[in-house]
Design a protein around this ligand. Structure first.
Ligand SMILES: Nc1ncnc2c1ncn2[C@@H]1O[C@H](COP(=O)(O)OP(=O)(O)O)[C@@H](O)[C@H]1O
Ligand SMILES: [Mg+2]
Length: 371
């Protein structure tokens, strides 16, 4: 017998939970929600194993209740019933909430969730890594593609790379794949059924998925920030790693993607103009409150002949550089042949640098989860 406490859960969902077998269900409404902690402490009367907090209280309240309960009873599993979004999932995870459950969750999944804890589909949080830079040609696409490939080595089929350079996206070209669908089709499927969106993905032989850019620069002119956020949050519900390649500068779509991001990878090169622009970009994003918790700085095409050192770059950026990728003809050659610069058989400093970056990005998720 599992004791389930429903707090301010809408009647329809409450009925569905009550219909489950082998459960004892107690529901309290919004007006009594403040008493939840008290009810919870009166163990002999009703000692819940699982608590679902519904949409009928504000998210702040719900998170507050969850924190109170968990401080006393860490063994209780708490779920939040709400439309998942990257931001909400992260906040919920920090409060110790096991998952954010959409109200439309299927009966079977609901039963599984209550019985066994957390199914993959509501597990928090997955990583959304945005690769950006104020400048073109510095290696954003190179970084995004190689990062996705390295993630896929340890997490095959769990990585999706989105080409969010909406005008001149060249991920597919760099990977030499010819996808049947592009991101434009995914926006058009604006229903948006996540199965349908997943059917738009191409598979790269290295084991990751690609949502390719559109072949026609004007195709995505009318795409809204909402559509972009929705697309990303849908894909991140299915994939633990979402890597997003962007165009140069701070276009609307890049800003929208940052609202969903857990990680920002900033790509700089060893020239003063680029380094200063990167610094400005960080300041602007900070002002807009769009800097994700985890930030990683890559110095690409590093070359002694530039006359600048990594230390100079760090001074100009006012930030540490986390990965230095050397200038290497092999990178350009690989791109021109539709190959990965980090292809496994090739041990190289380029590969080592991208591996370091990938490890740092992965580790940042563990750190974020731990508080
Ligand atoms: N470390 C590197 N060494 C040599 N060439 C590089 C390196 N990184 C990127 N390139 C080349 O520079 C060009 C621009 O890179 P790209 O990743 O497309 O930049 P962005 O996406 O920022 O415009 C490509 O031809 C790419 O192959
Ligand atoms: Mg690019």
């Amino acid at each position: 017998m599992i004791n389930v406490l429903l707090v301010a859960v809408d009647p329809q969902l409450a009925d569905r939970v009550s219909a489950l077998r082998e459960h004892r269900v107690v529901a309290i409404d919004r007006d009594n929600a403040a008493e939840m902690a008290r009810i919870n402490k009166s163990g002999p009367v009703f000692n819940p194993d699982v608590i679902l907090i519904g949409a009928d209280v504000s998210v702040d309240q719900a998170i507050g209740y969850a924190a109170t309960v968990m401080a006393e009873h860490p063994a209780i599993t708490v779920f939040l019933v709400a439309e998942p979004s990257r931001k909400l999932n992260r906040r919920a995870a920090k409060a110790g909430i096991q998952g954010v459950v959409p109200p439309s969750i299927g009966d079977q999944e609901l039963a599984g969730l209550i019985r066994a804890g957390v199914p993959d589909s509501v597990r928090t949080p997955h990583q959304v890594v945005v690769v950006a830079s104020p400048k073109g040609g510095v290696g954003k696409t190179t970084t995004a593609v190689n990062l996705a490939a390295i993630f896929a080595e340890t997490s095959p089929r769990k990585v999706v790379l989105i080409d969010l350079d909406l005008q001149f996206g060249d991920v597919a070209s760099m990977l030499d794949i010819e996808p049947e669908h592009s991101i434009t089709d995914a926006f058009a499927a604006d229903g948006i059924d996540s199965m349908l969106v997943r059917s738009m993905l191409a598979v790269h032989p290295a084991g990751f998925y690609v949502l390719a850019g559109s072949p026609a620069p004007a195709d995505n002119a009318a795409v809204s920030g909402d559509q972009i956020r929705k697309l990303i949050s849908q894909l991140s519900a299915s994939f633990p790693y979402v890597v997003i390649d962007t165009s140069a500068g701070l276009l609307e779509e890049t800003l929208s993607s940052l609202e969903e991001a857990t990680d920002l990878v900033l790509v700089a090169a060893l020239d003063i103009a680029t380094l200063r622009s990167v610094r400005k970009e960080i300041d602007v994003l900070d002002d807009l409150e769009l800097l994700p918790a985890a930030r990683h700085v890559v110095l690409n095409k590093s070359d002694r002949r530039s006359g600048l050192s990594v230390r100079d770059a760090e001074n100009l950026l006012g930030l540490p550089v986390h990965a230095v990728v050397p200038f290497s003809e092999n990178v350009a050659l690989a791109a021109n042949h539709g190959e990965l610069a980090v292809a496994k058989r090739k041990r190289s400093t380029v590969r080592t640098s991208f591996e370091m970056l990938a490890r740092r990005v992965s580790d940042s998720s563990v750190e974020q989860n731990s508080y």
